[in-house]
Design a protein around this ligand. Structure first.
Ligand code: SF4
Length: 347
């Protein structure tokens, strides 16, 4: 059982982050935010796949002006991602559910004060997002792009907000590799009680990003570190959510379907991969805890799939459906998968 680090609870729209709140999964649109139609299209795609929160980039005035319309139709809480420009931060803060902005980089205390005033009035949080690749020069010169520099940067930004009595904060410390990411989060964790947004930045395409994120988040979540997360995958949207949810599910931090498929061996009697893929597709939106097994022969499968709530054992020309180790049906190959999926629905 993972014991989560006790963090302060904040809220992004109706989604709680930190404390005893479930670990949320978020993503970011890659449309130009001023393209309201496409941005909403991407937000809806994320919503339907199960995202909890979405972030949009605000690069200019047109993007900021589009937020009102986007917010009106979005089924998900919106975080505006702003770099350096406090005027955009102010505009966005009037509309959205959270900001990602680094207060030290927006041009002085007065500007931070203005943003904090709006965030306080609207009760919206600020995420301090430290990236190893864009650290303040003084820190990079002193420590390099190291976890130490990342943590120092986060503490400096945090203090700017705390000095203004603002504590509605979450923090991310992203590097593009697993080790620095883990070290930075571990180093900061005992020093503050703000919730952490986990991420590995520039993680790469699906294969690499999945491995990097699973390794980094796995280590951190097992330590009880992490309150919300984003898996960054180049050019993917829905996959970011699916991978994030899968990491949580495999650590027992979120309920859902766990599909076991046999590794295959010389005893295999069917072409198993297309069957597994069909099962995966058919159950991908089920959020209930369910262990399904898809096995490639009928002889050994009964024993090997004993732990599953429901298993399918595919033999030559026919197959078995097994419920918690007991055979409940024997069907011809052509009807086996449908019968299995029908049974999944009943349980
Ligand atoms: S279920 Fe059958 S085919 Fe699959 S690994 Fe076990 S023995 Fe081999």
């Amino acid at each position: 059982m993972i014991k989560r680090y006790p963090t302060r609870k904040i809220k992004v729209g109706n989604v709680e982050i930190g404390g005893d709140a479930p670990i949320s999964v978020q993503s970011m649109t890659f449309s130009k935010t001023k393209d309201i139609k496409e941005t909403l299209n991407q937000i809806n795609r994320l919503y339907f796949v199960g995202a909890d929160i979405v972030r949009v980039a605000v690069l200019d005035k047109e993007d900021a002006l589009a937020l009102k319309e986007i917010k009106k139709s979005s089924p998900l809480p919106i975080i505006a991602d702003i770099h350096f420009n406090y005027k955009l931060g102010l505009k966005a803060a009037e509309v959205v559910d959270g900001l990602r902005i680094n207060p030290g980089n927006i041009g002085g205390k007065e500007r931070v004060k203005e943003i904090v005033k709006v965030c306080k009035e609207r009760k919206i949080p600020i995420r301090i997002g430290v990236n190893a690749g864009s650290l303040e020069k003084r820190l990079e010169n002193r420590y390099g792009q190291t976890p130490k520099a990342m943590v120092e940067s986060a503490l400096w930004h945090i203090k700017l907000l705390e000095d203004l009595d603002f504590f509605d904060i979450k923090v991310s410390l992203k590097a593009s590799d697993v080790i620095r990411t883990i070290e930075a989060y571990r180093m900061l964790r005992p020093l503050v009680d703000y919730p952490f947004h986990l991420g590995v930045t520039e993680a790469g395409t699906k294969f690499h990003a999945t491995i990097k994120s699973a390794a980094a988040f796995g280590a951190l979540l097992l330590d009880g570190i992490g309150d919300t997360l984003r898996v960054s995958i180049t050019g993917e949207l829905e996959e970011e959510i699916r991978v994030g949810e899968a990491i949580l599910k495999n650590l027992g931090l979120r309920e859902g379907v766990d599909i076991i498929s046999c590794p295959t061996c010389g005893r295999i009697e069917v072409d198993l991969l297309p069957i597994v893929k069909k099962v995966e597709k058919a159950v991908k939106n089920i959020k209930k805890p369910l262990k399904l097994a898809v096995m490639g022969c009928v002889v050994n499968a009964i024993g090997e799939a004993k732990e599953a709530d429901l298993a399918i054992a595919c033999g030559r020309g026919y197959g078995l459906i097994i419920k918690k180790g007991e055979i409940i049906g024997k069907y011809k190959e052509e009807e086996l998968l449908d019968k299995f999926l029908e049974e999944v629905k009943t349980i």
